[in-house]
Design a protein around this ligand. Structure first.
Ligand code: MF3
Ligand code: CO
Length: 253
């Protein structure tokens, strides 16, 4: 069942979202060649705990990290590692989830490490832009499948592909709620249509690949990589449907 949030609940989600956004702002300043992915994890952990938030991913279905750090061909769910060092030319996706006063915020971005190729830069720009377009499309009475279509069409028009095995999601007092938010239009009959209403809060998270849309999971049973090992990018925001449009809840203050 879809849980619509009251203004009081949205307010709490805004606070959770602020901790997520603050974490991503911190990480943005840290990412450079030579830094270890575990350094990012520890910094976010300290930041969130100091503000009385909880790290939503830690222990979720046994996930070992505080955040997800996914490099290059890694799509999502990369596990922070003491021995993994970012290098010039990498792209790195950082995903942060925070629980605050029983409500969740979830957001991600993908950053360049030093100078990156023009192709990698295009991937980042297209993925970030498509997230903005999807959020801008949120409004009462809009069909959720139209939001998916906006994402898929823009990505494919730019020569990239959208991951199908992982989707965005409703979010609130649990991290993953109904509805699922695919980044592609599902075949007719698969999945009921959802009409957006005020109070619906969604984590929109396009995952965009330069090559095939197919992915697989590595032997650590978490890290998702592209099947062809080509680059992938991921941007995510938690956004609420309002009376006349949408509000991003994971926006930096
Ligand atoms: N943003 C991701 C999601 O919504 C992150 C989950 S990572 C996990 O599913 F470790 F918690 F699974
Ligand atoms: Co998410």
């Amino acid at each position: 069942m879809i849980q619509y949030k009251s203004p009081r609940e949205i307010k709490l989600m805004r606070e959770a979202g602020k901790l997520v956004a603050g974490s991503l702002e911190l990480v943005k300043k840290m990412v450079r060649p030579g830094i270890k992915t575990m350094d990012l994890d520890r910094t976010v952990e300290k930041y969130v705990l100091a503000r009385r938030g909880e790290l939503a991913f830690k222990g979720y279905r046994g996930y070992p990290g505080n955040i997800c750090v996914s490099i290059n061909e890694e799509v999502v769910h990369g596990i922070p590692d003491e021995n993994r060092v970012l290098k010039e030319g990498d792209i790195v996706s950082i995903d942060v989830g925070v629980k605050y006063k029983n409500y969740y915020g979830d957001a991600a971005l993908t950053l360049p490490v030093g100078r990156i190729s023009a192709a990698a830069q295009k991937l980042l720009t297209v993925t970030e832009t498509v997230l903005t377009k999807a959020i801008d499309h949120l409004a009462p009475e809009v069909k959720l499948s139209d939001v998916s279509a906006v994402i898929q069409n823009f990505v494919e028009k730019n020569g990239f592909s959208v991951v199908r095995s992982f989707v965005g999601h409703g979010i609130g007092s649990t991290m993953h709620e109904e509805p699922q938010v695919p980044n592609y239009v599902m075949p007719p009959g698969e999945g009921a249509e959802v009409i957006l209403k005020p109070g619906l809060v969604l984590a929109l998270e396009p995952m965009v690949n330069t090559g095939t849309s197919d992915v697989e999971v590595l032997g650590n049973s978490w890290t998702v990589v592209t099947k062809d090992r080509k680059l992938s990018a991921h941007f995510e925001h938690t956004a609420a449907v309002t009376g006349n449009g949408s509000e991003i809840l994971t926006r930096p203050a």
